[in-house]
Design a protein around this ligand. Structure first.
Ligand code: GAR
Length: 200
């Protein structure tokens, strides 16, 4: 299963995937390329350090979406890698029809809350401020509804009274680093039923 990763930042979840692949824990999945919408994003140097193709692609002038022309250019660059799966790992840009249609049902996203609670920006801070006692992370199929597609898997994290926001963020990131490679490995073996989020 050929995997393309899209990310905007630190790339710790891309790193978790690349480590899992190196250690033989990613099933039949194989990362073929990493693309970022930010030229300085750490995810790019990280992917190169694992020997992967890693490129900045211009997203256009907007902050949180693509311009239509640039989204089409991204689709071409991703398509050239012939991916079976596109993983959004900290990709902070909304995906529109052009990309959704090109890779229909084959784009998955990682989100730092137990969806459908706390979608959108700062899922960790939203849960913290709301005062819930259990939060976590979710991997779901990407659809036109932001953070609303079928859920593939989740991991729960308990918020202890002694936790600071930083401590909570660390616990959620640790849960993400286990969850995302496990989901990708499972999909590489079982396939993806993108309508239900269940194994085929
Ligand atoms: C992760 O916590 C991921 O859940 C979140 O960005 C972080 C990326 O970290 N994604 C979203 O909030 C998407 N809405 P990373 O760059 O170290 O993998």
């Amino acid at each position: 299963m050929r995997v393309v990763i899209l990310g905007s930042g630190r790339g710790s979840n891309a790193e978790a995937l690349l480590r899992a692949e190196r250690e033989g824990r990613l099933g039949r999945a194989h990362v073929v390329a990493v693309f970022s919408d930010r030229p300085e994003a750490r995810i790019l140097e990280l992917a190169r350090s694992f020997g992967k193709r890693a490129e900045f692609l211009d997203p256009g002038p907007f902050k949180s979406k693509f311009s239509p022309e640039r989204e089409a250019a991204w689709v071409e660059a991703i398509r050239a890698e012939q991916p079976d799966l596109v993983v959004l790992a900290g990709f902070m840009r909304v995906i529109k029809e052009t990309m959704l249609n090109a890779f229909a049902g084959r784009i998955i996203n990682l989100h730092p809350s137990l969806l459908p609670s706390f979608p959108g920006l700062d899922g960790i801070g939203q849960a913290w401020r709301r005062g819930v006692k259990i939060t976590g992370c979710t991997v779901h199929v990407v659809t036109a509804e932001v953070d609303g597609g079928p859920i593939l898997d989740q991991a729960a994290v308990r918020i202890e009274t002694s936790d600071t926001l930083d401590a909570l963020a660390q616990k959620i990131h640790a849960a993400e680093h286990a969850l995302l490679p496990a989901v990708v490995a499972r999909l590489s073996i079982e396939g993806l039923n993108s309508e239900t989020g269940h194994a085929r």
